[in-house]
Design a protein. Structure first.
Length: 274
């Protein structure tokens, strides 16, 4: 009782209310971070939000958005799989030249298992080449309000002129969540059976995103990433009471712990209106 009264006395004397204490700003080990209200675009948390960063496979968020912004018949066309695409490593959907699947199925597999081979095949099919598709991605990024972003490939493997910022990635991911219902469905998948056009046995893949399977209340996306240059990356989203929050963590060894803590902070802010 004495300890409780003392704590209350200290809180009152310091001018810190119970609700404010609950909404204490969490720390993060991320080199850059940004949390955004995906519905309003309001930034709720940030650490080095405009620092240029290697995005690793979170790049595939924009690969997916760029594809979904094409005509429906382009997504349902057969995927063109070159030897170059099939041999792109290290993470792979496991496609090969001659495999018969649609661009749409490749996109689903790409996002679930983080398939670099699928990303290149999508780029070559829709953009004619990796460079051509990167140009499409850059145009899409500008349209989404990204001011410090440039892509040279669809998978996120490290390249000198391939970069983004935490705030840009937050804006782009929020754009995808808001504009494309199919984007929301794909980034929430914990597993998927990739369907082939010739009726062969579907390929079962499971997510690389532990946040989706962590049991976090409302978890519904989005994408992991890792390269030696980028470190551990995560774009995570959750929806509660119809409100979606999204956090970007770049180069964060504690991404699985930091994402829930930062999202909890965001949802507390929504409750208090601050």
């Amino acid at each position: 009782m004495a300890v409780g009264l003392c704590a209350l006395f200290l809180a009152v004397c310091s001018g810190v209310s119970g609700s404010a204490a609950q909404a204490a700003v969490p720390s993060t080990g991320a080199e850059a971070a940004c949390m955004i209200d995906a519905d309003t675009g309001k930034i709720l948390y940030q650490v080095n939000p405009t620092k240029w960063m290697h995005p690793a496979s979170t790049t595939k968020i924009v690969t997916l958005i760029t594809a979904l912004d094409q005509k429906e018949d382009e997504l349902d066309q057969p995927l063109k799989i070159s030897s170059y695409a099939a041999n792109t490593e290290p993470s792979s959907l496991g496609i090969a030249p001659g495999d018969k699947l649609s661009v749409r199925e490749a996109l689903r597999g790409m996002m679930v298992v983080s398939g670099n081979d699928a990303a290149v095949a999508v780029a070559e099919t829709l953009g004619g080449s990796v460079a051509g598709y990167a140009d499409m991605m850059n145009a899409e990024a500008v349209k989404m309000g990204a001011k410090h972003t440039h892509f040279v490939n669809p998978h996120g493997l490290t390249a000198a002129k391939h970069y983004t910022t935490a705030v840009d990635m937050a804006k782009m991911a929020a754009y995808g969540m808001k504009k494309f219902p199919e984007f929301r469905r794909i980034v929430s998948l914990t597993s998927y059976d990739v369907q082939y056009l010739d009726g062969r046995t579907p390929k079962h893949v499971t997510t690389t995103n532990r946040f989706l399977t962590s049991g976090y209340k409302g978890a519904d996306g989005i994408k992991t990433g890792f390269t030696n240059a980028a470190g551990d990356c995560l774009v995570a989203s959750a929806t509660r009471n119809g409100r979606t929050l999204l956090v970007v963590l770049f180069n964060d060894d504690n991404r699985w712990e930091d994402a829930p803590a930062i999202l909890d902070y965001g949802f507390r802010r929504l409750q208090t209106g601050k």
